[in-house]
Design a protein around this ligand. Structure first.
Ligand code: CO8
Length: 260
């Protein structure tokens, strides 16, 4: 099938594993994000599902972040629709009632980092070749306020300030050191560790944990909800600028050259 996401729900434990399986790099395209939102919504409504682990079927890559091809040479209408899907992904995941764990078994730049940070807990493969971070400025673009807020909530203000201005990508040991991920394990143990960790989190009564999670995250979520239209408008007018389109083209060319 052409599904970009596969979900395995274990009825005995109430834990779902969401496999991102969109080669070559699990980029978050409009199609991917639409499928993601539908899958997440289904699990959220399913009272038998209490925990979600997100991981990748691809070697070396968790997610390459937003699909640049959805932002390059596209109409304002397309960009607007795309951006609403990005917002929806984050709103649903950051506000999920389920326990969410990112099993980061490869690189996770930009939107991939955002998706990871939106989870409750992050376990990453202990491999210095894998990196994670919000590298937007390196593409000549600016991480929106709610990307920034999510990172501040994860690693604090000063670390975020440096990370965002320089567009830093952290190797997995560096990411552990600044608290961008919570735990490193050998690659082949990422999923089993996520499953074990999930058991610990699910031992806490759901309602107490959910109210606490909401207490920690609600303000950040409400800020986007109150500014959603303006945020979409900002994105569209920014991304469709000639100068920004040029930056994206140069970045795409760099990606291709690096490969050769
Ligand atoms: N979107 C689209 N295509 C991509 C992307 C992407 N994000 N990433 C990689 N690709 C393409 C490559 O161009 C390449 O295409 P082709 O085969 O045609 O040459 C193919 O995928 C495979 O890529 P690589 O050969 O580079 O694969 P590697 O396994 O060597 O590396 C990496 C994987 C590490 C993920 C690497 O591809 C990479 O670093 N990608 C770029 C990641 C990135 O910088 N993403 C940023 C996206 S922007 C974002 O998420 C937030 C934007 C916020 C918007 C704010 C605006 C206001």
């Amino acid at each position: 099938s052409s599904a970009k996401i596969k979900v395995d729900l274990d009825a005995s434990t109430g834990v779902a594993v969401m496999w991102m399986q969109s080669p070559p790099v699990n980029s978050l395209s409009l199609d991917f994000l639409t499928e993601f939102a539908i899958s997440l919504e289904k699990l959220e409504m399913d009272r038998s599902c209490r925990g979600l682990i997100i991981t990748s079927t691809l070697p070396k890559v968790f997610s390459a972040g937003l699909d640049i091809m959805d932002m390059y040479g596209k109409s304002p209408e397309h960009c607007g629709e795309f951006w609403k899907a990005v917002q929806e992904m984050w709103l649903k995941l950051y506000g999920s009632n389920m326990v969410t764990i990112a099993a980061i078994n490869g690189s996770s730049p930009a939107g991939g980092c955002l998706m990871s940070m939106a989870c409750d807990y992050r376990i990453m493969a202990d491999n210095p070749r894998y990196s994670i971070g919000l590298n937007e400025t390196k593409l000549g673009i600016v991480a929106p306020f709610w990307f920034k807020d999510t990172m501040v909530n994860t690693v604090g203000h000063r670390t975020t300030e440096i990370a965002l201005e320089l567009g830093l990508l952290y190797t997995s040991p560096e990411a552990l050191k600044i608290g961008l991920v919570d735990q490193l394990v050998p690659e082949e143990q990422v999923l089993t560790t996520a499953t074990e960790t999930m058991t610990k989190w699910l031992a806490i009564p759901d309602h107490a944990r959910q109210i606490t999670k909401s207490m920690m995250r609600k303000q950040t979520i409400d800020k986007l909800l109150a500014n959603r239209e303006a945020d979409t408008h900002n994105f569209v007018s920014f991304i469709t600028k000639d100068s920004i389109q040029r930056s994206l083209r140069m970045y795409l060319e760099m990606l291709k050259k690096r490969k050769a």
